[in-house]
Ligand binder design. Structure first.
Ligand SMILES: [Zn+2]
Length: 264
C-alpha cells in the first residue's frame, strides 16, 4: 500500500532531513513549542527559499503549532494570546508553503462547561485567516480536553461547522494519543470520520503507556504498548499521509518506516 510516511524533524533544514530519511514529507516546529514568542524560521535562506527547495525536492512540509496554544480555554489571558500565536504560525506556515498547520484541541478548566470551549473554537476559526489547512489534533489527556474523547470532538466539530473558514479545518489523528486517551484503535478511524468527515494526517506513534492512561509518551514502533496490527490498521484505514513523531533521528525513523511498511 502506497502511503506517504515521514517524520517530525528539526526545522533547520527540513529538506535535508527528509532526504536523510528517504521521506516525502516532514513536520517541524517554527521555534520553541512551549513559548508564546512568535514563530522563528531557522532555515538559513529564509521561508521563501525553504518553500522553493521543498517544491523542487518534492517534499511536503507540515508545521506543528506550539503546544501551549489553547484557543478553547475560558481564561482570556491564555485564549487571546493563543489566537494571536495561532495566526502568526498560520502566516509563517503559509510562507514556507506548508500543506497543513497542526494544532492541539486544547481544554477548558476543570469546572467549566465544555460548551464554552466548543464555542471558543468556533470564535477562533472565525477570527483566524486560514491560509493553509488547519488540522486539529486529538490529545491524550488534560483536564476537560476538547479533543480526547469522541463526544468532545463532536462538540468542537459541530460548533466550528457554522464558522466561516470551516472547510479549511481538518483533523490530525495521533495513534499514541488515541490509545492513551482511551479510544479503541480498532474503530477510531471510523469513529472520527463519522464526526469530522475527514482525516487529513496521521501522527503514527507507539505509546509507552497503557490504554486510557491519559499519558502522552511516544515510543518507537514495537517498543510500546500498542498492538502492531492495530497501529498498521489505523494507517491503512485512514489512507492519509503519516508523520512519525517517534524518538530518535534519521536512523530510528528509517527503521520505524520500514517496520510500518512491512505491516501495511
Ligand atoms: Zn502528535
Amino acid at each position: 500500500m502506497a502511503v506517504a510516511i515521514g517524520a517530525h524533524v528539526d526545522q533547520t533544514d527540513p529538506v535535508a532531513e527528509a532526504a536523510a530519511r528517504g521521506a516525502g514529507l516532514v513536520q517541524f516546529f517554527l521555534g520553541d513549542p512551549q513559548s508564546y514568542k512568535g514563530p522563528v524560521v531557522t532555515y538559513a535562506d529564509g521561508a521563501a527559499a525553504l518553500k522553493a527547495r521543498a517544491v523542487e525536492a518534492g517534499i511536503d512540509l507540515y508545521v506543528h503549532a506550539p503546544y501551549i496554544i489553547n484557543v478553547a480555554t475560558t481564561n482570556n489571558r491564555i485564549r487571546i494570546p493563543s489566537r494571536k500565536l495561532l495566526q502568526q504560525h498560520m502566516d509563517t506556515a503559509a510562507e514556507v508553503g506548508a500543506k497543513g498547520l497542526i494544532v492541539h484541541g486544547g481544554h477548558v478548566n476543570k469546572d467549566d462547561d465544555p460548551a464554552k470551549g466548543f464555542d471558543n473554537w468556533r470564535k477562533a476559526i472565525e477570527a483566524t485567516d486560514i491560509k493553509v489547512p488547519l488540522l486539529i489534533e486529538n490529545t491524550a489527556g488534560g483536564d476537560n480536553a476538547m479533543a480526547r474523547y469522541l463526544d468532545r470532538i463532536a462538540g468542537v466539530w459541530e460548533a466550528i461547522s457554522t464558522a466561516e473558514g470551516a472547510e479549511n479545518v481538518g483533523f490530525c489523528l495521533d495513534t499514541c494519543h488515541a490509545h492513551a486517551g482511551g479510544n479503541p484503535l480498532e474503530t477510531v478511524v471510523e469513529d472520527v470520520r463519522k464526526i469530522t468527515g475527514r482525516i487529513d494526517l496521521v501522527h503514527c506513534n507507539d505509546s509507552r503507556d497503557e490504554f486510557d492512561s491519559g499519558a502522552d509518551r511516544h515510543a518507537n514502533f514495537g517498543a510500546g504498548r500498542i498492538d502492531p496490527d492495530l497501529l498498521a490498521g489505523v494507517v491503512r484505514d485512514a489512507g492519509a499521509p503519516v508523520i512519525c513523531e517517534t524518538p530518535g533521528g534519521a536512523e530510528e525513523h528509517t527503521s520505524d518506516f520500514a517496520w510500518l511498511r512491512d505491516r501495511l
